[in-house]
Design a binder for this molecule. Structure first.
Ligand SMILES: [Fe+2]
Ligand SMILES: [Fe+2]
Length: 173
């Protein structure tokens, strides 16, 4: 079962904090788990190592906000190396955004490219189906409130608005 391959990583603080981060309108933790699930099942089909694929998948988007569409794979790969993952796992993570950014050079890299795309589609399907019950919007609201990136973004917006208001008040005074 894919959970046992990543049991230690699921308890790592960097993975646990993703429960409070928003990603494709769902929690990043959900996206990582879906990616791990699809990687585990795709690996034998593509002749790749399921252990490497599943471990790369659960880490592949950590700290993605620190990079761009094309560079965040390298950021997550560096973090994976710091956590103690071997080069094979880090290598697969770097190229997961292909065709944005570098192309994979290993079977495990290709598995993660495909698994990540399927997981992203599944995130979206999950979000859309939850719109009917209101579950998706409630989750989104709670994630926006708990995500430190959004809190900082909101604070910056508020400060900008206050500055503009002060300028406008000085002009009309
Ligand atoms: Fe990504
Ligand atoms: Fe992803």
């Amino acid at each position: 079962m894919y959970h046992t391959m990543i049991a230690d990583l699921l308890e790592h603080p960097k993975v646990m904090e993703t429960r409070y981060h928003i990603h494709h309108a769902v929690s990043k933790h959900d996206h990582l788990l879906r990616s791990a699930y699809y990687s585990y099942h795709l690996a034998p089909i593509l002749g790749a190592d399921p252990h490497i694929c599943t471990r790369a998948a659960i880490l592949h988007d950590l700290d993605s906000r620190l990079g761009t569409l094309t560079t965040h794979g390298a950021i997550a790969a560096k973090l994976a190396a710091e956590i103690g993952e071997p080069a094979s796992v880090c290598h697969a993570i770097i190229s997961h955004m292909y065709p944005f950014g570098p192309a994979p050079t290993t079977r495990e890299g290709w598995v993660l490219v495909v698994a990540d795309k399927i997981a992203s589609l599944s995130d979206l399907t999950h979000f859309v189906s939850g719109l009917i019950t209101g579950r998706s919007l409630a989750t989104r609201r709670s994630l926006v409130a708990s995500d430190p990136f959004y809190a900082a973004h909101k604070a910056r917006k508020k400060a900008r608005r206050a500055t503009l208001l002060r300028r406008w008040q000085r002009k009309v005074a």
